[in-house]
Ligand binder design. Structure first.
Ligand code: M7G
Length: 330
């Protein structure tokens, strides 16, 4: 900030003559055209045909799009990434600015930063199932209260027949995908796990830090399966996960939210580690269970999660909601 007076910002629009501007715009148009030609072969999203916008948010600056990619159903998530402090110098010195309006001491601009600072984080699910499409569609939600008995008679049969494939999880555990992204691994088949960045986190800033610990064992679907026998697994994940995050990212335990979802989207046991300051989607009280609470509940009562009622939100179009309605529970 001390540099304000000295700053020689390349505000190209400011003193440009009309002729110079016309020439510049033409050159830009040509180079855009070249980029497009090159991208037709290198761009895996080339030719994507939008069917519908499932959800968008001006505040979150994201858009979830359903469409067709090479004749396959696909969901694409576009998300503008936060502005990073370490890029400010480049933004101020290397951008092109177009004045929108000026009034007294106030002025607004359209700022075009250098291309590499103008990235849109893009997630592609292809081929996408109908469940993926529904997952991202904005829907009315309802809070359901599930007793232990409801879990066994309604939820369990439903998730056994319906849940998302966890092939991506097995790929991680078997090092067939994302191996280079692993932050820490405890290979023990009983209490071990793999810790890696969640694919929602682009790892460019710590503000929205989000990692997941995926357990090696394949016999725990969710919170409901946990008993006191799993305490060594849970305490191991907490201890080693927190240590690795401190070591790798310098983020202290007191700055972390460590929790699991109930219901999760993927029924292979995993735990979320997010920055405390980040309101990650799904970190509300109706969806998230703090790992430290889970550990204490199991220490007090090994059958806690077998017998207790648990609440969770379900979207209007989720099949599980109809099952609860059919059973007269809603
Ligand atoms: P969840 O608690 O089952 O449900 O979390 P949620 O998706 O409703 O939060 C699964 C977590 O795994 C989510 O935070 C996803 O962003 C993350 N995730 C999903 N997939 C398919 C992948 C993947 O392929 N790689 C990684 N690294 N994370 C994923």
């Amino acid at each position: 900030m001390a540099e304000t007076g000295k700053r020689e910002v390349d505000f190209a629009d400011r003193n440009e003559t009309d002729a110079a501007k016309a020439k510049r715009l033409k050159n830009e148009a040509n180079s855009d055209e070249e980029n497009r030609d090159q991208s037709a072969s290198a761009n895996p999203l080339f030719g994507f045909k939008t069917t519908t916008v499932l959800r968008d948010s001006a505040r979150e600056k994201n858009m979830f799009i359903h469409g067709k990619l090479n004749d396959q159903e696909a969901v694409i998530i576009l998300e503008k990434t936060p502005i990073r402090e370490d890029t400010l110098l480049e933004i101020f010195n290397g951008s092109r600015l177009k004045l929108d309006m000026r009034n007294d001491i106030y002025s607004t601009y359209q700022l075009q930063p250098p291309a590499h600072l103008n990235e849109i984080k893009t997630t592609v699910v292809c081929p996408a199932t109908e469940k993926h499409v529904k997952k991202y569609l904005r829907q009315e939600t309802y809070l359901v209260q599930e007793s232990g008995e409801d879990y066994r008679s309604i939820t369990l049969p439903y998730i056994q027949s319906q849940s998302f494939s966890v092939q991506w999880v097995y790929n991680i555990l078997e090092k067939k995908a994302e191996a280079e992204r692993i932050v820490y691994e405890d290979p023990d088949q009983d209490v071990g796990f793999v810790l890696l960045p969640d694919f929602k986190w682009d790892q460019k800033q710590l503000d929205d830090l989000h990692l997941i610990a995926i357990v090696h064992r394949r016999d725990i679907k969710s919170l409901r399966d946990l008993t006191a026998l799993h305490l060594p697994l849970l305490t191991n994940i907490r201890k080693k996960g927190e240590e690795s995050i401190l070591k790798r990212y310098g983020v202290a335990v007191s700055k972390l939210r460590v929790y699991l979802h109930y219901q999760p989207s993927y029924y292979h046991f995993h735990i979320h580690f997010t920055a405390l300051s980040y309101e990650a989607p799904g970190c509300g009280v109706e969806h998230a269970h703090l790992l430290s609470d889970v550990i204490q509940n199991l220490q007090a009562d090994s059958q806690y999660y077998h017998s207790r009622s648990l609440s969770f939100p379900l979207r209007a179009d989720q099949g599980l909601l109809s099952k609860f309605k059919d059973a007269g529970k809603l």
